[in-house]
Design a protein around this ligand. Sequence first.
Ligand code: MRU
Length: 365
Amino acid sequence: MKIDGTPYRSIWLADDGQTVHIIDQTKLPHIFEIADLKSALDAATAIRDMLVRGAPLIGATGAYGLALAMREDASDTNLDSASDALLQTRPTASNLAWALNNLKEVLIPLPESQREAAAYQRASEICEDDVATCRAIGEHGASIIEKLWISKGRPDRINILTHCNAGWLATVDWGTALSAIYGAHEKGVPVHVWADETRPRNQGASLTAWELGKHGVKHTVIVGNASGHLMQHGQVDMCIVGTDRTTAAGDVCNKVGTYLKALAAHDNDVPFYVALPHSTIDWSINDSIRDVPIEIRSPEEVTHVWGKDSEGEVASVQITPDDTAALNVAFDVTPARYVTGLITERGICEASVQGLLNLYPEQKT
Ligand code: MRU
C-alpha cells in the first residue's frame, strides 16, 4: 500500500540481501521510522515489543528471524533454539508457529551450508504468499460489502466497524479485514469505517486510522465502548475484524474486546464477519476457551498511554493512581455462533467445522 504516494510493505529485505527492514509500529502514527533487523534476537525483540504486530506479520517476521539465525549459525542446535526463542515471543497468533514450522521443514533435511540461502528464500516466499492471500481475502470481502451496499439501496455511505488493526500493517500488504474495505473502496463503494480505538495499545486509533487516512478511506475513531450504542442506533451496517487464531470449529480468537463487539452485533442483527488467511487456522484445537493460549502483557500498557502533547512531543502518561493493580489480557475468543461468516483467500464460509472443511478439504482426516 502507499504512504504519501510511495508503495511500502510492512517488512522487506534490504539491498544487502540480509538485513530485514520493518516499519517500527510502536512509533506510529506520530513518527514514521524504519528499523533494521540484523539478528535473530532483533527479530524476536521486534515481535515481543510489538515493533511488528498482527498475526500474519508476526509469522513473516518469525520466518526472517530464522533466516537471520541461519546466518549466525546454521547448526541443528541453533535452528531449534532460535525457533523456540522466536516462538515464545507472542503466544496467541497461530501464524508464528505455522511460519517457523514451515521453515524448519525446509531446513532440517538440508546440509548446514545451504540453510541460510534456503531460509531467506522460504521467508520471502511466505511474504509473497501472504500478499497474494490477503489480496484474495480483500476481493472476497469486498464483494460482501458491495452486495450489502446494493441491497440497502446504494446509500451515500456504508458504515463498517472494525476492531484493532487488521490492515496492511498487520500483514505483509493489504491486510485481512481492511483488505476487504480497500477492495470495496476501489470498487467505488462509499465506505466509512468506525475504527474502534482498541485499548490498551490503541491499534485502532493509531494504526487503523493512520492506514485508512493514508489511503483516503473515510473513517472515524470511536472508543470501544461506543460500538454497542452505534449498533443500537443503526449506524453500523456490518463489522469485519481479523483474527490471531481460528479453531477448526470456527471459533475466533482476536484482540480483546472482539467478543463484546460480536455480542452487540448479534443483539442488533448486524452481520459480523472475520477475515483470515489459512495460516491463522489452528486445526488442532477443539476447546477454544480452554486451549487457545491467551497472551497476558505488561500492566503498564493499561496504566499508561502514549500520545503526542500540545508541543508535538510524544510521551507516555500514567492514567491510574500510583501503584494501582492492572490486568492486561490481550485477546479473547468469540464463539463461532456469533460469526456470520469467515472470509478466507479461498472464499467465504460458515464459521463451523463443515464450513471450513468445505474450503480446506485437504484437512479432512
Ligand atoms: O496485539 P496485536 O496488535 O498483534 O493484535 C492484532 C490483532 O488482534 C489483529 O486483529 C489480528 O492479528 C489479525 S491481523 C490481520
